[in-house]
Design a protein around this ligand. Structure first.
Ligand SMILES: Cc1ncc(COP(=O)(O)O)c(C=O)c1O
Length: 460
């Protein structure tokens, strides 16, 4: 059918019938959406025939690249064998068992049981309910408050959206769901005092959590929840002092620790989970996205033995679950995806090859007149666009220049995402040096074009 429909008609139909997520619907309808028709390796192709290098891995997802037959075949085979069965009424199936075992093998020590969902938001909702349920089981029902951070993104359901800190996500529901507090981000470039070292700033940012615990009373705090690297908030990478201090604080007050690894899970930092990279000991990890390289929805919550023991010790139901939890086809695709990652050593490559390649590539732009800072960790990177490099002065109307730059990237056949005026990237783990070289050439050109657009606003 799509062969008979022209590119222009597809856009019209999209505007007529499709509501997009996180969108200004008026402006989308004025401009129309770009129709992505297919993908191959590191590239996507739009309905106008453009080939685009995908520096965002879809949406932090397609680690093994597009068009992998192994994943399609795994889905096909599973659909014929058992396309669906639920896991509600004391039933299970081989793929969910195999995947649970595999995840407990690659998760940090002591995290051995998995509760599945279909999206990061869902699994964060599971975490929120289970964190609170745990404290009820432990006879401390007052421990309901979950502390998170201001630029955190934990999803878009009412609970996960409330746990996230972004005010524009709260707009339509806040304060529908109570019991969340948000503290400062560990964002040295944007929030340090003049002359404050990253190390001193990291301690200050972590102590903001302690201050909040003391403000609300430790006896009321259920957990601290955080992404090891804030992704959608702008690839904010904490200084080296931050996570050890956070771990000290959660240990001191005996509160639970939820690591949202929806972006950082499955090798993005060069270890299966970022918790391992940072040496932190979360009681729970949520994951989604790259578990299947985005080929099919699957998410989950991995819990530690202490929480699992609380569930086993009490003769009490945990009344929560999703029809598609542990979906057989999604589990089969996840298993095939993890096998590719292992066979192709994609996680060690991040540590040894691709992560350093990204860092080298970004470093080439640090002296560009528009660039305040470049930073990366594993295969997550960011370029801060500023009006004045020396004083870190931002452009007026945050997001305006980021969008200009993003559009130049797009026109040059490359995708990076604009988080206000911070350009972020998350390349697929399968990138080779050729893709880093291609990205470098486009970034150089797009930054120069953006500079031309805003030259009159930039302090040299
Ligand atoms: C860290 C983090 N947590 C949770 C989510 C929500 O995941 P989903 O969009 O699959 O609901 C996202 C999505 O980008 C995310 O980045």
């Amino acid at each position: 059918m799509s062969n008979a429909i022209t590119a222009a008609q597809l856009k019209q139909l999209d505007a007529a019938h499709h509501l997009h997520p996180f969108t200004n619907h008026q402006s989308l309808r004025n401009g129309g959406a770009r129709v992505i028709e297919r993908g191959e390796g590191p590239y996507i192709f739009d309905s106008e025939g453009n080939r685009i290098l995908d520096g965002m891995a879809g949406l932090w997802t397609t680690s093994v690249g597009y068009g992998r037959k192994e994943l399609a075949e795994a889905a096909y085979k599973q659909m014929l064998e058992l396309p669906f069965y639920n896991t509600f009424f004391r039933t299970t199936h081989p793929r969910v068992i195999e995947l649970s075992r595999k995840l407990s093998e690659i998760a940090p020590a002591g995290l051995n049981q998995v509760f599945f969902g279909s999206s990061g938001s869902e699994s964060n909702d599971t975490a929120i309910r289970l964190l609170r349920h745990y404290w009820v089981l432990k006879g401390q029902p007052n421990r309901r408050i979950i502390i998170s951070r201001k630029s955190a993104y934990h999803g878009s359901t009412i609970a996960a959206g409330s746990m996230g800190g972004m005010s524009h996500v709260h707009q339509h529901s806040y304060p529908v769901y109570e019991g969340f507090r948000h503290v400062m981000d560990p964002y040295w470039y944007g929030e340090a005092f003049d002359g404050e070292t990253p190390e001193a700033f990291g301690i200050r940012a972590a102590r903001a959590i302690e201050d909040e615990i003391l403000r609300v009373g430790p006896e009321n705090v259920a957990a601290f929840a955080a992404e090891p690297v804030q992704g959608a908030g702008g690839v904010k990478i904490a200084p080296s002092t931050y996570w050890p201090e956070v771990q000290r604080i959660v240990d001191k007050y005996g509160i639970l620790f939820l690591a949202d690894e929806v972006i950082t899970g499955f090798g993005r930092l060069g270890t299966w989970f970022a918790s391992e990279y940072y040496g932190i000991r979360p009681n729970m990890i949520t994951f989604a996205k790259a578990a299947t390289s985005g080929y099919i929805p699957l998410s989950g919550l991995i819990i530690d033995d202490m929480i699992a023991a609380a569930l086993m010790e009490h003769n009490d139901d945990f009344n929560h679950g999703y029809t598609f939890a542990g979906h057989p086809v999604a589990c089969a695709v996840a298993l095939a995806n993890l096998k590719i990652m292992e066979d192709e050593h994609l996680v060690t490559r991040v540590k040894e090859t691709t992560g350093p390649a990204l860092a080298r590539m970004l470093a080439k732009f640090k002296d560009h007149p528009l660039v305040g800072e470049v930073r990366s960790i594993g295969l997550l990177g960011a370029i801060e666009l500023v009006a004045d490099k020396k004083t870190r002065r931002r452009f007026d109307n945050p997001g305006r220049v980021g969008l200009m730059c993003r559009d130049h990237f797009f026109r040059e056949g490359f995708i990076m995402r604009a988080v206000y005026d911070t350009m972020v990237c998350s390349p697929p783990l399968m990138w080779q040096q050729a893709q880093f070289d291609e990205a470098e050439a486009v970034i150089a050109k797009a930054l120069d074009l953006t500079l031309k657009d805003v030259a009159h606003e930039v302090t040299a």
